[in-house]
Design a protein around this ligand. Structure first.
Ligand code: SF4
Ligand code: SF4
Ligand code: SF4
Ligand code: FES
Length: 907
């Protein structure tokens, strides 16, 4: 059992002794008596208790007798004291608990036959356990259902006022959207202000409700819990790696639940520092794409009159035949492949093996190239670590968290709960530096609004301030004096005037932030898209490593530098070597010995490192006609990359475009062959989450129609190309990976990491450091004057890439509005009404659309969700490719905004 300290993870309450049913037990002073009892293995009834938040004490079920007290006490709210004599059993207690159940049932509607919780209801269980049969005086409340929310219905007739929904929303989510409210002569749970619920729709309140008072609109009245088949799997949206149960009947997904819903709350009070067992809105309510009728049912081959459905035999024959012909005529480097990081580890591994061993090209890349590779490559280079340095528990228990360029509650919502727990339970100080007022900034002790797109300079300012204010740790810097001297010289070249002008942040503010970070025993840096997906993202990560190094935080336990990946298996894509510069296990592709070892294991040969190609190089080579065949797996570059990259020309130029995807996408409409793929819910395999944990993905459904899992297609194609890839199952692939990467399958266990920066600091560092602190030249004042608004294209909570736009539940919550979000003051200044159209002009072109206010945006900034292309705002952005990693930066640009008169707009 773990007990939550009130203020600090480093302070433990004194140990005391007390007696439970005659048995001496040890406990920490002041913790809930209920927790101490459950520690002994005894299960006492409890309905309003939940392991995720502090006891509330409303249901009256957890009664025990404490010597010296006349009446039974509620053990959940009673605190353990030294010398207490506690009795948990006996007929008197049974009768008292039975009375509590009767009291609840007297006003309960007993509509179990039509209740979604029937068979999964704590009140039913309690009534059964206590033999409650006499309900002659029952007086149900007869209240109408509250159906004002888009997702959740509230049936207050069934509510037992346990407060769990309110508490989890307030304490764990820190959203605080619900309240008790007196009306119609009784107490209701309503959204704050008694309005329709508008919140993050995580569904945790639905999950913890012990009865059927909160129900899920998307699956109401369509099942009884015992009719559903539960399959435990891992969410395929973001990299948080949430565990979920996909609940199906026949070929349909009925609902998604999580450990929070069914975890035995009568057992231990669980340690939540590693996670609370819940989901976010995407995981819980974004499942409809799985059994969508828009799924591809058959392979398609382009014919004169459009796509024609064909058998797998014919489609694979065409693909293999044309690939063979292209290879024979132009060589293997006329072929390239891109794969989504939503595939499993086993599929990612097989894909790079197919491209390298069966086809013979090193032109292979994944969607981790959109940003995460900036982080893993930098950390690998500087410290020998190719993933996040800190797991959930270390984030939760950090004294100081420094968040830069991340809107974590939108991109990685369940990971953000670790930051929230750090704030709420452990009293962490949190610095949030972003260009908008993010949800986490609203909760942080030190929210800093920095100018949009200035994360790079803000990080440089932090390093400069740490050195100038002598916040360096001598032991760290004296071990590498030349490196430190070079860093000192490099930051001395930066002017505060320029940094302040660029970031909009005064020196004192930067100093306060860095002092907090440097002086904390356990300090963790978290960054994301605002750093990894921006220009010079690789260099910015190295600058964060500089900050951690000079302040002594790079090698200290509990500290580290981290970047949150967006897609479910970006870390797996890097680990499996789906990048031209990497082999499985993140060995360098240029390492001849490593290549030779792999060639032996594969009983084949690997192509030389050159001419390997990353994503943007592949696009370029397609455009130039050097690549004749492009194999895309779950990737949709036409909808992702800005037009200025020439992506359409590239895709139209290739002789053979193969798209393997569950859906017909913008890109696959251009394809010559379309292969129907399964979703994660039909797959067996693993994902590696942001902590480096390898989580199981299990099939909840048979493949949709003729769709096949990606690994099967790769294996069949490799064999058809003359390179036998005879795997019977994903487990065969796992066995091969295990031989190559012993210890990779750490199911459920994070792998500890140790930073080893010594070699980097002593060798290449001095050569590199000056360039990393050079002032920017690409953001001139003239540019700002001509295009005064900073446009960011980014993620919103309700979506993940383009995949979520196939989930009707999420589209209902967050439809494509085609509106540019702006600060209300800017809207007022430009005198824009809701129907007015603006022209947005960047260096790359113009688009016309309407606007909507977003109070979280700073003046002079605007935002468009990256999930939608109506209108194609991404085409306004240019694309800057990182010189080291090839990561394309295209989510940020400067624009001018002018109001159009309505006639002009519609003309
Ligand atoms: S869905 Fe989540 S955010 Fe909304 S009220 Fe319930 S717990 Fe709170
Ligand atoms: S709605 Fe459910 S969780 Fe909320 S107070 Fe009522 S019974 Fe408890
Ligand atoms: S989208 Fe991310 S945070 Fe949400 S349930 Fe899935 S893995 Fe968890
Ligand atoms: S009063 Fe203790 S569990 Fe409800």
């Amino acid at each position: 059992m773990a007990l939550k300290p009130v203020t600090s993870p480093d302070i433990e309450a004194p140990t005391i002794r007390l007696t439970i049913d005659g048995e001496q037990v040890e406990a920490r002073q002041g913790v809930s008596l209920y927790d101490v009892i459950s520690q002994t293995g005894k299960i006492i009834p409890a309905m309003c208790y939940h392991y995720t938040f502090d006891p509330f004490g409303s249901c009256g079920m957890c009664l025990v007798l404490v010597e010296g007290k006349k009446a039974p006490v509620r053990s959940c709210t009673a605190k353990a004291e030294a010398g207490m004599q506690v009795r948990t059993e006996g007929d008197d207690l049974f009768q008292a608990r039975k009375k509590a159940v009767e009291k609840h049932l007297t006003i309960h509607p007993l509509d179990c036959p039509v209740c979604d919780a029937d068979g999964h209801c704590e009140l039913q269980d309690m009534a059964f356990q206590h033999g409650v049969t006499n309900l002659v005086n029952a007086k149900p409340k007869g209240l109408p259902e509250d159906r004002r929310s888009l997702v959740l219905d509230f049936n207050m007739n069934r509510c037992i006022l346990c407060g769990e929904c309110i508490n989890i929303c307030k304490d764990v989510q820190m959203v605080d959207a619900l309240q008790f409210f007196k009306k119609e002569g009784t107490t209701h749970v309503v959204a704050k202000g008694d309005k329709g619920l508008v919140c993050e729709f995580c569904g945790d309140c639905l999950a913890v409700c012990p009865v059927g008072a909160i129900t899920n609109k998307y699956s109401k009245y369509v099942y009884k819990p015992w009719q559903l088949r539960k399959t435990t799997s891992t969410c395929a949206y973001c990299a948080d790696g949430c565990q979920m149960s996909i609940e199906t009947s026949g070929k349909d997904v009925q609902r998604v639940t999580s450990p929070l819903s069914w975890k035995n709350k009568w057992g231990d009070r669980a340690e939540t520092a590693e996670g609370h067992g819940g989901l976010c809105v995407r995981g819980r309510f974004g499942f409809q794409y799985i059994d969508s009728k828009e799924r591809l049912a058959m392979p398609l081959i382009r014919a004169e009159e459009g796509f024609a459905p064909r058998s797998w035999f014919e489609a694979m024959d065409t693909v293999a035949g044309r690939l063979k012909a292209i290879k024979a005529q132009h060589g293997p480097n006329a072929i390239a492949g891109l794969i989504t990081a939503r595939c499993t580890n086993e599929e990612l591994y097989l894909f790079q093996k197919l491209m390298r061993a069966a086809i013979g090209t090193n032109q292979v890349d994944s969607s981790a190239r959109y940003g995460h590779l900036n982080f893993t490559r930098a950390l690998q280079h500087a410290a020998g670590i190719g993933r996040m340095m800190n797991g959930y528990e270390e984030i939760t228990k950090a004294n100081v968290l420094l968040l830069i360029g991340t809107d974590i509650t939108e991109t990685n919502p369940v990971a953000s709960l670790r930051v929230k727990e750090a704030i709420r339970v452990y009293g962490a100080q949190v610095v949030v530096a972003t260009s908008r007022q993010t949800n986490i900034a609203k909760l942080a002790s030190h929210p800093l609004t920095i100018a949009a797109g200035s994360e790079r300079e803000f990080i440089q300012a932090l390093v400069k301030a740490a050195i100038e204010e002598d916040l360096v740790e001598e032991a760290a810097t004296t071990a590498a004096p030349e490196a430190f001297a070079a860093l000192k010289a490099a930051v001395a070249g930066l002017s505060w005037e320029a940094l302040t002008a660029r970031t909009g942040t005064a020196r004192e503010v930067v100093v306060e932030a860095v002092r907090l970070y440097a002086e904390a025993p356990k300090a963790v840096i978290l960054c994301a898209e605002g750093v990894t997906r921006q220009v010079e993202g690789y260099a910015s990560i190295l600058n964060l490593v500089d900050l951690a190094w000079v302040t002594g935080k790079l090698t200290r336990p509990g500290c580290g530098v981290n970047a949150l990946p967006e897609e479910a298996n970006e870390q797996g894509a890097v680990d499996m070597g789906v990048a031209p510069e990497l082999l499985p296990g993140q060995a360098l592709y240029a390492d001849e010995d490593a290549r030779a070892r792999l060639a032996t294991a594969w009983r084949g040969s690997l192509p030389p490192p050159d001419p390997g190609a990353t994503l943007m190089e592949i696009v370029k080579r397609c455009r130039e006609g050097r690549i004749k065949a492009l194999y895309l797996v779950g990737e949709n570059p036409l909808a992702t990359l800005p037009a200025s990259t020439g992506v359409r020309e590239a895709l139209e130029k290739v002789e053979l475009l193969i798209c393997q995807d569950p859906f017909l996408t913008e890109t696959s409409r251009l394809a010559h062959v379309v292969l129907p793929a399964t979703t994660f819910a039909e797959k067996d395999g693993t994902f590696t989450n942001l902590e480096g944990k390898v989580n199981r993905v299990r099939p909840a459904l048979e493949p949709y129609e003729e769709a096949r899992p990606d690994w099967e297609v790769f294996a069949a194609l490799g064999t058809a190309l003359g390179y036998p890839m005879e795997y019977e199952s994903p487990q065969d692939v796992q066995r091969e990976i295990m031989k190559l990467l012993p210890g990779y399958y750490n199911l459920g266990e994070p792998r500890p990491v140790t930073a080893r920066p010594e070699g980097y600091l002593r060798n290449g560092y001095v050569r590199e450091v000056e360039a990393r602190y050079a002032a920017h030249t690409d953001r001139t004042e003239a540019d700002q004057a001509a295009r005064p608004f900073a446009l960011t294209i980014g993620q919103v909570l309700y979506h993940s890439g383009k995949l979520s736009t196939r989930a009707s539940g999420l589209l209902q919550l967050s439809p494509s509005k085609g509106r540019l979000q702006m600060n209300p003051e800017d809207i007022a200044r430009l005198q824009l009404g809701p129907q007015d159209v603006v022209r947005v002009t960047s260096a790359k072109g113009s688009l016309e659309l309407r606007t909507e206010p977003n109070h979280d945006l700073a003046r002079g900034t605007c935002f468009f969700p990256e999930h939608f292309n109506e209108p194609p705002m991404k085409d306004l952005a240019g694309c800057v490719v990182d010189p080291t990693t090839g990561v394309p930066a295209f989510k940020f640009t400067r624009v001018a905004i002018e109001k159009l008169c309505v006639e002009k707009a519609s003309a």
